[in-house]
Design a protein around this ligand. Structure first.
Ligand SMILES: Cc1cc2nc3c(=O)[nH]c(=O)nc-3n(C[C@H](O)[C@H](O)[C@H](O)COP(=O)(O)OP(=O)(O)OC[C@H]3O[C@@H](n4cnc5c(N)ncnc54)[C@H](O)[C@@H]3O)c2cc1C
Length: 342
């Protein structure tokens, strides 16, 4: 039996907007965890190709107890799935913290600004601003790309809505969206020189947190972080590093060849090839990567993307011990749950 109740119909009259704590942009659990200095964990949900809300709740089940927020992707890889807005609506109604991902590929500034007000009204506290993958890489290459914004101009627009209480046009908002703003980065692929500078633009435009693509090459990521620290970006934005268990050498090779923004070193693929149980080895590698990454100065947390291996997320978090400090400090002081936990 599912431990979640089926989502109730939304009733704004009994569901008031939470007030953010002092010096916070949002009421999100993720923002509170990060500002408190705890190592944060976010996790990506594999979006269903389905109109059944229970499919979303089932996918969230292995992530709910270990993630400070669950990311709802926006047609990543330019492939159609349930929308990020739909997923956030279902998860926020059962009190889970979410990150609404917005790609600029499919909607213009009129649609996106309206979506952001709607999302904030539903209790979504975190938004990840992406340019998004181009239509050419997806399963509908004939779709018309929009790209009215890119990630940087999207961040600026949402920061304007939040901090200046206006639409981009200058028209006043009655209530501004209380949102913690994020951006993505690909730290381990060329052009390396350009990566930290691109990150700087995103941080200057308003990114409060960063979620990176999968990091399988820790040396390359360390070099990226040297530049990030030289620019002081880790002091202006919380950096969460993308990790995930790979199931087999075949998957690793496929990811390296087909998923933009990822570098998987030969040595890692060879290790999977030599393993008796590649699935277990993939999990072990992921745990080792987390242990190395968490020691790097300027890293504020991890973003777990365990595509079709979500059942391993709890074990990975448990075995890395990344939540232990927080439990030791005082788990009872953890951020509030329920509506306040978005
Ligand atoms: C955690 C995470 C989640 C993601 N989720 C999604 C999702 O839900 N939906 C989706 O469609 N995609 C998603 N992506 C893919 C993402 O859009 C691409 O990885 C993108 O290349 C990097 O992020 P961005 O969108 O912020 O791109 P940006 O950094 O804004 O760049 C966009 C593209 O244009 C190029 N570019 C931009 N400006 C310049 C310039 N001045 N000179 C040269 N090249 C330039 C970049 O190389 C890149 O290919 C995700 C990526 C990550 C890391």
């Amino acid at each position: 039996m599912m431990p979640f109740p089926a989502p109730e119909p939304y009733d704004p009259t009994t569901d008031p907007l939470p007030t953010p704590p002092d010096n916070h942009y949002s009421s999100s659990r993720l923002e509170r965890v990060l500002r408190r200095g705890w190592f944060a964990v976010t996790a990506e949900l594999n979006p269903p190709d389905s109109a059944d809300p229970m499919d979303v709740l089932k996918a969230a089940e292995p992530l709910r107890d270990v993630a400070d927020a669950i990311n709802a992707t926006d047609a990543s890889g330019a492939n159609c799935h349930m929308s990020s807005m739909g997923i956030c609506s279902i998860l926020s109604r059962v009190g889970l913290g979410v990150v609404l991902q917005i790609s600029c590929r499919d909607r213009n500034r009129i649609a996106i600004q309206g979506d952001v007000l709607g999302a904030a009204a539903m209790g979504v506290g975190n938004i990840l601003c992406l340019t998004g993958d181009g239509v050419g890489v997806g399963d509908q290459p004939g779709a018309k790309p929009v790209f009215d914004f890119d990630s940087v101009s999207l961040l600026r627009a949402l920061k304007t809505m939040r901090d200046e209480n206006t639409f981009l046009s200058g028209r006043k908002l009655t209530t501004s969206p209380r949102i913690f703003l994020g951006a993505a980065e690909n730290p381990c692929v060329p052009p390396y020189e350009w990566r930290a500078n691109r990150l700087k633009k995103k941080v200057r435009a308003g990114a409060d947190f960063i979620q990176t693509n999968y990091v399988y090459d820790v040396d390359s990521f360390r070099r990226f972080m040297v530049k990030v620290r030289d620019m002081g970006l880790h002091e202006d934005a919380f950096i969460l590093v993308g990790v995930g268990p790979i199931g087999s050498p075949k998957t690793a090779r496929w990811m390296r060849a087909n998923v933009p923004g990822i570098h998987i070193p030969d040595a890692l693929i060879e290790r999977l090839e030599r393993a008796e149980k590649p699935g277990l080895e993939g999990k072990k590698i992921c745990i080792e990567l987390v242990q190395q990454i968490r020691e790097i100065e300027g890293v504020a947390g991890i973003h777990v993307m365990a595509y079709r291996r979500e059942h391993l997320v709890g074990e990975i978090i448990e075995e890395t011990g990344v939540l232990k400090d927080r439990i030791a400090e005082n788990s009872l002081q953890a951020p509030a749950t329920g509506k306040d936990a978005s």
